[in-house]
Ligand binder design. Structure first.
Ligand SMILES: NC(=O)c1ccc[n+]([C@@H]2O[C@H](COP(=O)([O-])OP(=O)(O)OC[C@H]3O[C@@H](n4cnc5c(N)ncnc54)[C@H](OP(=O)(O)O)[C@@H]3O)[C@@H](O)[C@H]2O)c1
Length: 255
């Protein structure tokens, strides 16, 4: 297969993006739609999602907004049939939703915080992938993209979050290995610090921001849109022989 601009086209594909209401998930959802995909977005709050779905429809694509907590098994299991009913199939899953409710360090972290982080960032990601992969297996192919973090490669100031993201990287490799036989490719994107609500406490603090930019070869933090190119590459035929890979998008921070 020779590579052409069409190799990056997602025309005719249906994508599901978790945490698609804002930040990196919203940027990726709109990016996938710009490259031709119909896109369903999910998160907990329907009004925010509906705005994104409207933006996607204005691009001429089909879209749907579904409220779901991706850390709860019943809501995960309800998600896939709803999207299949309305959009017919799922070709691309972007596991982007994640949380970090505490700044406690490892000596102080409490079970409740551990459970909330692991339920969404790792357990939810795995079981939603499993539910979607079962559909992809029936369809004969699929693409899963997990949004990990550089925190899953080198620990940062969020201890349990870092552990969860290391888990996401291993989940990516395990799923890639076990589901390649069904023509399902599974890869991860590992962003560095990106200007979203999630990380606002870091980038809005001038001293912290300066410390981070000084250690980043490109000398700045990322905008959410800068994660989109990696997602398009991994979602499209341009990456047809890439699976189990972690694409670091961090301005060189982890060098
Ligand atoms: N920003 C960074 O610096 C950075 C760096 C590395 C990696 N990341 C990763 O990038 C991904 C996106 O983060 P972001 O920075 O774009 O964060 P964000 O702007 O805060 O967006 C988080 C999204 O996840 C949704 N969400 C939160 N809890 C959820 C739940 N229980 N169930 C379903 N959806 C839920 C939120 O919507 P609702 O509130 O409506 O649920 C929202 O759509 C995450 O995996 C994060 O770990 C971010």
């Amino acid at each position: 297969m020779s590579v052409s601009p069409e190799s990056f086209s997602l025309s005719g594909k249906v994508a599901l993006v978790t945490g698609g209401s804002r930040g990196i998930g919203k940027a990726i959802a709109i990016g996938l739609a710009k490259f031709g995909a119909d896109v369903a977005v999910t998160s907990r709050k329907l009004p925010d999602l509906e705005g994104v779905a409207e933006e996607i429809k204005r691009l001429g694509r089909r879209s749907m907004a579904v409220a779901a907590h991706v850390g709860r098994m019943d809501e995960i299991n309800n998600l896939v049939p709803q999207i299949k009913d309305k959009l017919g199939r799922i070709d691309i899953l972007v596991n982007n939703a994640a949380t970090n409710p505490t700044m406690d360090q490892a000596m102080d972290i409490e079970e409740r915080a551990w459970d909330s982080i692991m339920n969404l960032n790792l357990k939810g990601l795995f079981f939603l992938s499993q539910a979607v992969a079962r559909l992809m297996k029936e369809q004969g192919a699929g693409i899963i993209i997990n949004v990990a973090s550089v925190a899953g490669i080198t620990p940062n100031i969020l201890p349990v979050y870092s552990i969860s993201k290391a888990g996401v990287i291993m989940a990516t490799k395990v799923m890639a290995q076990q589901w390649a036989q069904y023509n399902i490719r599974v890869n991860a994107i590992a962003p560095g610090l990106t200007k979203t609500r999630f990380s606002e406490a870091l980038w809005s603090n001038p001293a912290v921001l300066q410390g981070i930019t000084e250690k980043t070869p490109l000398q700045r933090v990322a905008e959410p849109d800068e994660m989109v190119g990696a997602a398009i590459f991994l979602a499209s035929d341009a990456s047809s022989y890439v699976t189990g890979h972690v694409l670091v998008v961090d301005g060189g921070r982890t060098i």
